[in-house]
Design a protein around this ligand. Structure first.
Ligand code: FUB
Length: 325
């Protein structure tokens, strides 16, 4: 697959999280819709209310199957508004969907919903994960342990917290020359429903071993965490948000620290950029989205896939986020 292809042209699906379950690719996107709310920097116009699941056997040849609505805000007891990015993990034949949603106080939390099949439907727990905050969960499994990564600044509310505690004066950013706010990672409890430890910082270091700074907007973390492993190394990838890149940093453990390595995807058409990376049939793929089909500036996004390649030294070949990709 040399050029990217749109996976589901008939509706707006964004933030695709892809996994291989039972030999097939399953895709868990968020579901953009036009609710009439005006665009703003807080992201209020991302007013999504449900999720669909998609599956596909052969990315090179097949079209996706839409499994329909698998979870709606109406069925989440603690729901306020804005069902943002999600991800799914399998354990012992059950499928756990982790999602971002504002509670009734307009505070983003992470929730869990459970299914017997990868295509759902998913039943939500009565309450959000204790101690969870902000957005964009992704789950990485290894050796029977499951690690959840999360966080996003600006409308994602990560700047409201320090050391996992909400600040009295919320929304304060570090100065430009101070270490950047970090994504968070926590091992999940064996029942998959709670954190098993306090979330830790996902530290990204520059080439000199110093933490990236808040003012380093071309490289610092903004949102959209993803973790994958390639040739024994851990690749933490993320969006730089207001500079619109997907970047990555490499470490020796799921907890990091990670050393910044470069850009996976240059800016796409549309403000946000979000992704997942998965191996299938011996090839690696980058799932992402852009706004080309809708012609919008930030939302009404369409999900895409393109092959991702590595150089001999393990660095990722940068993909151009143009209309072709
Ligand atoms: O889809 C809503 C938000 O936009 C996601 O949570 C962010 O990562 C950005 O893609």
């Amino acid at each position: 697959m040399n050029t990217a292809k749109y996976l589901f042209p008939s509706d707006y699906m964004a933030d695709p999280s892809a996994h291989v379950f039972k030999g097939k690719i399953y895709i868990y996107p968020s579901h953009d819709r036009d609710s009439g709310i005006a665009e703003n920097d807080n992201g209020d116009h991302f007013d999504m209310r449900n999720y669909h699941v998609f599956s596909i056997q052969d990315l090179e040849k097949d079209s996706v199957t839409d499994h329909g609505v698998v979870l709606s805000v109406e069925n989440i007891p603690w729901a306020g508004r804005q069902l943002w990015d999600n991800d799914v993990a399998e354990k012992d034949g059950k499928y756990y969907l982790y999602f971002s949603l504002k509670d009734k106080n307009d505070v983003f939390r992470l929730g869990v919903a459970i299914a017997d099949k990868p295509e759902g439907p998913f039943a939500a727990q009565d309450n959000p994960i204790k101690g969870s905050y902000s957005i964009d969960p992704c789950v990485f499994a290894e050796n029977g342990e499951y690690y959840i990564y999360f966080g996003g600044i600006w409308g994602g509310q990560l700047q409201r917290y320090r050391n996992n505690k909400a600040q009295e004066k919320g929304g304060v950013f570090p100065a430009d020359n101070e270490p950047a706010l970090c994504a968070k990672v926590a091992r999940l409890r064996s029942d998959m429903l709670e954190f098993d430890e306090d979330p830790r910082d996902v530290l990204i270091l520059d080439e000199n071993g110093d933490p990236l700074t808040q003012g380093d907007t071309d490289r610092r973390f903004f949102e959209a965490s993803w973790m994958h492993k390639y040739k024994g190394k851990y690749y933490f990838s993320y969006s730089t948000g207001d500079t619109h890149r997907l970047c990555y940093a490499v470490g020796e453990s799921p907890y990091g620290p990670f050393v910044y390595k470069g850009v996976i995807l240059t800016p796409v058409v549309g403000w946000t950029t979000h992704h997942s990376i998965v191996e299938h049939n011996g090839k690696w793929y980058l799932f992402h989205h852009d706004c080309v089909p809708s012609g919008n500036v930030t939302w009404l996004r369409s999900m895409k896939v393109v092959e991702l390649e590595y150089n001999e030294d393990g660095t990722v070949k940068t993909i151009e986020g143009t209309a072709e990709n």
